[in-house]
Design a protein around this ligand. Structure first.
Ligand SMILES: [Ca+2]
Ligand SMILES: [Ca+2]
Length: 370
């Protein structure tokens, strides 16, 4: 999973290698995304079950579930278009890629009643946003996605093509194709039909419990749709950082720097919270030249080089996303030197990046700051 799916800004999924781009489910106006919404319950989700999943009985028909869930699903209208959202106890859940950057957000019931909404919390890595509104909408209860079996029936209820399909939300039916985890986020996969504007739709089980919030689709068949599972929704609502500290933590100050071996295999690290910085030290001989690298497939690392007094000697950035940084440096005198890695954006998080140092022929390096 990790090798095949990557969430980028939350608006789209990409197949590793860049060949197979999927589409994001966003707003209904015309493409970019469709929303998949689901209703969750106020009660805390149970820990993902490690025991054998229990078969879910089917006490309700699809029509029963639709009538139970539909009132909790809203259309989410922004300047970019329209998508979907679902009311849970904490507020209206939709996708980050729906709400991000929206100065004006409105939520609309099926009867056309609309109210302004504001973003309470948003997270591009979970691709979730929580909206607050005084629109009166019943909340949905949630159920852990992993308490269901692969193949269990599910419904998706949302507002695909909201500006076109007026009136009640659209109900579509499918199965729980799989529950997957990619880079720390748990997803439900379903073949229930979704399209532009389905982003933020509720994916519910046959008891009308929210098991995921639709976020995007993969491929061209239309049958591979993904929603953020309630396991990750609960973490998002609880403010749980998606990433834990990397193995080198604590390394947030020059004094905490861990030695970086030159010409060793790259070290895998993360910037697990906004503002995380990672320091490493290098022991260099006089006139020794090294290059320090960072490489990440989806975040913008910022690399700086210091002497032992904390004087900045060189700095660089990767010039944009999806690249790496490289600093070449020649030590004028033997001693300890320090590299500092941060995210180019103050609020940025880096799921993973590689850090390495390589010895260079002297002529190849410069001596910035000398
Ligand atoms: Ca770190
Ligand atoms: Ca750190």
């Amino acid at each position: 999973m990790k090798s095949s799916l990557q969430w980028t800004t939350g608006a789209s999924l990409r197949v590793a290698g860049g060949a197979g781009v999927l589409f994001a489910l966003t707003l209904a106006t015309h493409p970019p995304w469709y929303a998949l919404a689901q209703g969750t319950q106020p009660t805390p989700l149970s820990t993902p079950s490690t025991t054998a999943p229990t078969a879910t009985p089917l006490p309700l028909t699809e029509a029963d579930v639709a009538s139970l869930v539909a009132p909790s699903v809203v259309q989410v209208v922004t300047a970019s278009g329209s998508a979907s959202g679902v009311k849970v106890v904490q507020g209206v859940l939709t996708n980050n890629h729906v709400a991000a950057g929206g100065d004006q957000i409105e939520v609309v019931r099926s009867d056309g009643t609309r109210r302004e909404a504001r973003v309470v919390r948003t997270d591009p890595l979970y691709d979730l946003a929580l909206l607050a509104t005084d629109l009166d909408v019943p909340r949905l209860d949630t159920e852990a996605a992993r308490r269901h079996r692969q193949g269990d029936p599910v419904l998706a209820i949302g507002y695909p093509f909201g500006p076109v399909l007026t009136g009640p939300p659209t109900v579509s039916r499918g199965v729980l194709s799989a529950v997957r985890e990619a880079e720390g986020v748990v997803y439900v996969q379903t073949d229930a039909a979704m399209d532009f504007g389905s982003s933020g739709s509720a994916i519910v089980d046959m008891r009308g419990k929210l098991i995921g919030v639709a976020a995007g689709g993969l491929g061209l068949s239309g049958g591979l749709n993904l929603g953020v599972a309630t396991e990750s929704i609960q973490d998002f609502l609880n403010g749980v950082p998606l990433l834990g500290p990397d193995a080198a933590e604590p390394d947030d100050t020059l004094e905490q720097a861990r030695p970086l071996q030159i010409d060793a295999q790259p070290e895998r690290r993360s910037l697990h919270i906004p503002g995380d910085v990672d320091w490493v030290s290098l022991s260099l001989a006089g006139d020794e030249s090294v290059a320090v690298f960072t490489e990440s497939s989806h975040c913008d690392t910022y690399l700086q080089f210091y002497d032992s007094d904390g004087t900045l000697l060189a700095e660089d950035d990767d010039g944009g996303e999806n690249g790496g940084s490289r600093l070449a440096f020649t030590a004028l005198e033997a001693g300890a030197y320090y590299a500092r890695v941060s995210h180019f954006a103050a609020t940025g998080i880096c799921r993973s990046y590689d850090l390495a140092a390589q010895n260079l022929p002297a002529l190849e390096a410069s001596a910035p700051g000398a």
